[in-house]
Ligand binder design. Structure first.
Ligand code: FMN
Length: 210
């Protein structure tokens, strides 16, 4: 065999082996992640898109499954949102689509919602109240105009616990800035950037680290 051809074949096999090794390491890492942390599901409700944008980033970065919880009622501007607010204040529920989700394959569920009158947005509060989260680690992720204080966070945790979940973390992203005493909506890019900053902490919460 001519030496040129011999070296070509040799380099081909070395390259092939390196590629196989890289692929196998990737597969092994994915299995290890699955074994340690289990699968994660993001359940989100979003009326005007902030929580959706944040949830999409979480899904991509955490390689999680994701389900949108929709409000079957009209929550458009005017009558729809006034009714939504009224139901929220009176602690009434709304029907959601889906009404229920099979949580069996998941160890961790991220409940992502906007805040309405210091509570989870109507559709997500209704979904949480009408479903069971027994045996699930639940991470609460909310977007809100202002920072949600501990006394309200406690109520959100209690809501999850009343449905059987164990709260493994609480994260929030603000949707407005206070400029000269006035609320100024943050851009989607800022909301996404703030969400990305939380990713390492959310990963820690998923893994159960302090
Ligand atoms: C009916 C209603 C009530 C709200 N109540 C609050 C509130 O009590 N506190 C707060 O910080 N933000 C409140 N917000 C602002 C939203 O929580 C915030 O804009 C959120 O990012 C919207 O998320 P979304 O775009 O995913 O629907 C309220 C918004 C709506 C529509």
């Amino acid at each position: 065999m001519c030496p040129g051809l011999f070296f070509c074949i040799r380099f081909f096999f070395i390259g092939f082996n390196l590629l196989s090794f890289a692929l196998l390491s990737d597969i092994a890492r994915a299995y290890a992640e699955e074994r340690n942390d289990g699968k994660t599901l993001i359940l989100y409700y979003s009326r005007s898109g902030n929580t959706r944008a944040a949830s999409e980033v979480l899904q991509r970065e955490l390689r999680a499954d994701m389900v949108e919880i929709k409000d079957c009622g009209n929550r458009g501007p005017g009558f729809g949102i006034v009714m939504g607010m009224l139901k929220t204040i009176l602690n009434l529920n709304t029907d959601t689509d889906p009404a229920t989700v099979d949580l069996a394959p998941y160890k961790t569920v991220i409940v992502a919602a906007p805040i309405w009158a210091a509570k989870f947005g109507l559709a997500m509060r209704s979904f949480v109240e009408r479903n069971r989260f027994d045996g699930k680690r639940v991470i609460i992720f909310i977007t809100a105009d202002v920072f949600i204080e501990e006394k309200y966070q406690k109520k959100h945790r209690e809501l999850i616990e009343a449905s059987g979940g164990t709260v493994a973390g609480y994260f929030q992203v603000q949707a407005t800035d206070l400029v000269d005493g006035k609320k100024k909506p943050r851009s989607r890019e800022t909301i996404i950037a703030e969400t990305i900053k939380l990713i390492p902490h959310i990963k820690q919460a998923i893994a159960g680290a302090p």
